[in-house]
Design a protein around this ligand. Structure first.
Ligand SMILES: [Zn+2]
Length: 300
């Protein structure tokens, strides 16, 4: 979703027979791999952490948990992108608390988890690299000097080092599950700021989707059973092809049931809050899963 800019206008969905991925990169796979390795080498030093966090890949759950904005880490070669330290720990850099919640959910459900290990300020892993805001030049309302005026090579290096390995890992995991005949429900875990452009949010959490509301609708109904919780239905953000990548490409394109979940970041500011939300979400996801498959069984 658009976290650091105004919510964009809803994107027009492409016709079902259009595959936006097909037109993106015509280079042969071997050439591309070599180019990517070379470009990536320029961005991340050998002693820096890899771009992808992958945990419990053999997890027995039907769920796969993804965290696009898990980390605020910057590659050493990018310095501080010209931003003050206070900005680099804010929500413009990452989804505060999202990884902690996702880990709790993955552990409770015995689900695989794949998370991005670098800041969305380097490149947003939930946005098509062809979209201008893939490498943001403005975060909420502050300029990001290190991202202004980037040339094609610098953009390609960010994509090769950060974006591509993350999505390749997800693709490989989903391919392997498909090959093994396993069901998969994709959960994209995010957190949202409690204060956006000076306005405080009352919403505790939000359930987001795009074309396919089947699974998200179940999660929403279950979250709303707690009448003390204010839960957004596809607001304050929504999933679209222009503002999102993970759900459209990995879940919708494969016809996999899915949900994108936002939790307000101030509720996830410490381990206790993350554990509380992990317990709530894992229980709700488990119940939604039972209902989802029961419905499928009833209509089969
Ligand atoms: Zn996010």
């Amino acid at each position: 979703m658009a976290k650091s800019t105004e919510p964009p206008a809803r994107a027009k969905n492409p016709a079902p027979d259009e595959d936006p991925a097909a037109a993106m990169d015509p280079a042969p796979a071997e050439d591309r791999a070599a180019d990517e390795a070379q470009a990536a080498a320029g961005l991340l030093d050998g002693d820096e952490p890899g771009p992808v966090i992958e945990e419990n890949p053999g997890g027995r759950s039907n769920f796969v948990i993804l965290v696009d904005h898990a980390s605020a880490r910057l590659p050493r070669s990018l310095g501080d992108l010209g931003l003050p330290a206070a900005e680099l720990s804010r929500h413009i850099a990452w989804d505060i608390g999202a990884l902690g919640v996702a880990r709790g959910v993955a552990a409770a459900l015995d689900a695989p988890l794949v998370a991005q290990n670098y800041s969305r300020l380097v490149i947003d892993c939930n946005r098509d690299p062809a979209v201008a805001t893939s490498i943001p030049v403005v975060g909420e309302s502050i300029d990001i000097p290190g991202n202004i005026g980037l040339g094609a090579a610098a953009r390609a290096a960010r994509r090769a080092a950060i974006f591509d390995p993350y999505h390749q890992r997800i693709r490989a995991l989903l391919d392997a599950r498909l090959a093994a005949g396993r069901a998969t429900i994709v959960v994209a875990q995010h957190s949202m700021t409690d204060l956006f452009k000076g306005v405080r949010r009352a919403m505790h959490a939000a359930v987001l989707y795009n074309r396919d509301r089947r699974f998200a609708g179940l999660v929403l109904d279950l979250l709303r059973r707690d009448t003390d919780l204010v839960v957004g239905d596809n607001e304050p953000y929504f999933v679209s092809d222009a503002t999102d990548y993970t759900i459209p490409r990995h879940a919708e394109a494969r016809g996999l049931p899915h949900v994108e979940i936002e939790v307000r970041q101030d509720l996830l500011s410490d381990a206790a809050g993350q554990a509380r939300w992990a317990a709530l979400l894992s229980s709700i996801l488990g119940e939604a899963e039972r209902r989802f498959f029961a419905t499928l069984g009833a209509t089969a």
